[in-house]
Design a protein around this ligand. Structure first.
Ligand code: GLC
Length: 612
């Protein structure tokens, strides 16, 4: 492979976001809204032909447009290899009067040959399965959605009378540890649920964003060492100061966390949620506040500063993200790289070019180009690429090297050869000199899809892989955070004999219901909602009855996690967000980005899974 071309993205000031009307690129807004509108029509249409009066869809989107403004003749283009991305599918907008103004919509849904369940089935069975009124039940007759909303409201944390976040868990049974805190990453699905619900509850999201921004401003010290200004907290809690007789906030920046690692993901999630808030509310006054602009810049300065790097990826310590214990994810983990890319693209939309903003935007553009090239080329693994690596020569020197990182083929673990299907592919866990971590990590792959770090073909291939390896990656309870588990000697040396991360438990191949929202978003984005539907049905069989555990254990995720908290808030809101999106796919727009045509495409040899 030749050296990456250095591509400069011209800064198009006309697309700089300074006002509500041009905050997103016109193409992005148009394409996403067209798809969303199309989806709403498809769902409403099919539902309206039913006799069940209890099935309802949201008749209005958040901007107040009614569904009757346009008719959309939709053909969700399903590729021959198993489903083309809806976002890239054909949606034809027809003026209302083209059919006499009666508002009748024609929906042509082609089934996906790659899945047993067709799109028609997705719409035939009320999502939520078996309970009365077509809704899944929690075991006591209450609908799961109702229970989830109720549980969510129980988790609200108040500061000076305002809701500022949600507790990680409200399990009265176990040891509290730090689960009585508001975790930044945990709040993301909570915030999204609040934004996506019919009467969006935006205040809590705004308060959360402002409170965590305020905490960022604190001087952060671990022992005698002062952390970077931009570091966002992993978590915070409200305590009553007995001396001052008032509520105060106490934040953790990694100083009290297991392993004393700062959360690299917090700042990225904060920027992503800020963009979601802005996209949902059209309230640009928040992101345009000088202190909010400054907060974003501080986060970005931590990642864009010059150093010794030879790669555009971000060098991290183990345990710096959702997997917050030693799990061999140090180096350049895909989860952080994908979140980094997502946050860069969100910041690109929100940053104002005034003062030093323009220069920062130029740095962001360059990094976006370099990062996407690097990840799309070097992290991508499918059957063809695996075969290439298997045949790599080593000790190559100079620019002409094919095996750039000098990966020794003998280091490819046996399981990959078994696991890799002919159809499908994924971004591997980590790439650094002589090291490829071939493990599958769900968060990084789904975030790559939502942020368009994955090309459309790669996004499709990831969903293909999930279908092909359903038993391994979804099993009985969605979803495996990582696959496969580290066992025996490897577990000893990689985790340091961590008793919480034994094989197929917790971060080491455990199953996390919260990840359902990410899978659902990726499924809808790639035009494969049937994948989400299958996963949601599995969750609905057990999650509420089991008391909304944090995670499940076992190869298939059959057992409630050994140390899992019950009533884990993000298990509850992960379910809510998944349901809110599948029932009203326009909600995807709140968390998903459209492809940026200016980002260079990779020149990889394509395997069969790429031929969409
Ligand atoms: C555990 C998880 C972490 C999560 C926290 C609170 O530490 O590993 O990702 O944020 O619990 O739920």
């Amino acid at each position: 492979m030749s050296r990456p071309p250095v591509l400069e993205i011209p800064v198009d000031d006309s697309q700089q976001k300074t006002s509500p009307d041009n905050n997103l690129t016109p193409t992005e807004t148009e394409n996403l809204e067209t798809v969303a509108e199309a989806w709403k029509h498809v769902i409403r249409d099919v539902f309206s032909t039913r006799t069940d009066p209890n099935i309802q869809t949201n008749p209005e989107d958040k901007s107040g447009r009614t569904l009757d403004n346009v008719n959309i003749r939709t053909t969700l283009q399903i590729c021959s290899n198993g489903g083309g991305p809806a976002i890239y599918g054909d949606s034809e907008v027809v003026p209302n009067n083209s059919n006499g103004g009666g508002g009748k919509t024609t929906s042509v849904l082609k089934p996906s040959p790659s899945v047993g369940i067709s799109l028609e089935n997705l719409l035939e069975v009320p999502i939520g399965g078996s309970g009365k009124n077509g809704a899944a039940e929690n075991g006591s007759g209450m609908s799961m959605m109702d229970e989830a909303w109720e549980q969510l409201s129980r988790s609200y944390v108040y500061f000076k009378g305002q809701r500022v976040g949600t507790l990680a868990a409200i399990d009265t049974g176990g040891e509290t540890l730090n689960y009585n805190q508001v975790f930044v990453r945990d709040f993301v699905p909570c915030g999204l649920a609040c934004l996506m619900k019919t009467d969006a509850d935006v205040d809590i999201v705004k308060n959360f964003l402002l409170k965590t921004l305020h905490l960022q401003g604190w001087e952060k010290r671990i022992d005698n060492f002062t952390l970077g200004e931009g570091v966002m907290p992993a978590s915070f809690k409200v305590i009553q100061d007995p001396n001052r007789q008032k509520e105060v906030l106490q934040a953790d920046f990694g100083g009290t966390a297991i392993g004393r690692v700062a959360p690299v993901d917090s700042g990225f999630w904060w920027i992503i949620l800020l963009r979601s808030y802005t996209k949902c509310t059209h309230d640009y006054s928040l992101s345009e506040l000088p202190e909010v602009q400054r907060g974003m810049k501080l986060i970005l300065n931590l990642c864009l500063s010059d150093g010794f790097d030879t790669f555009p990826t971000l060098l991290c310590a183990d345990g710096c993200s959702m997997i917050d214990r030693r799990m061999g994810i140090y180096g350049y983990p895909i989860e952080i790289q994908a979140l980094f890319f997502f946050a860069l693209r969100c910041a690109r939309q929100l940053l104002k070019p005034e003062h030093d903003g323009k220069e920062l935007i130029e740095r962001i553009d360059k990094r976006i180009t370099a990062l996407s090239y690097h990840i799309q080329n070097y992290y991508w693994l499918d059957f063809t690429q695996l075969n290439n690596i298997y045949r790599y020569k080593t000790e190559e020197y100079s620019h002409t090297a094919v095996n750039k990182f000098n990966v020794i083929p003998e280091s490819i673990p046996d399981w990959v050869f078994e696991f890799m299907p002919l159809r499908g592919g994924y971004f591997i866990g980590n790439v650094s000199p002589a090291r490829m971590d071939f493990r599958w990590f769900l968060v990084g792959n789904c975030i790559a899809i939502l942020s368009c770090l994955a090309t459309p073909a790669q996004a499709t291939a990831v969903m293909d892989l999930i279908e092909e390896r359903w038993a391994d990656l979804i099993g009985e309870m969605p979803l495996k955070i990582a696959y496969p588990a580290l066992e025996g000697h490897q577990w000893r040396i990689v985790t340091g004999c961590d008793p919480k991360n034994t094989r197929w438990s917790y971060h080491n191949g455990g199953s996390w219901p919260v990840l359902l929202w990410l899978l659902t978003a990726a499924s809808i984005k790639t035009g494969r909602p049937q994948i989400a539907k299958r996963a949601i049905e599995l969750v609905e069989q057990r999650l509420a009855k089991d008391g909304w555990p944090e995670y499940y254990d076992g190869i298939t995720g059959r057992y409630i996690g050994k140390q899992a908290r019950k009533y884990q808030t993000w298990s509850i809101t992960g379910y809510l967000v998944a349901k809110l999106m599948i029932e009203n796919p326009s909600n995807l727009l709140i968390i998903s980005l459209e492809e940026d045509k200016k980002i260079a495409k990779p020149k990889l040899t394509r395997s069969a899974s790429w031929t969409c």
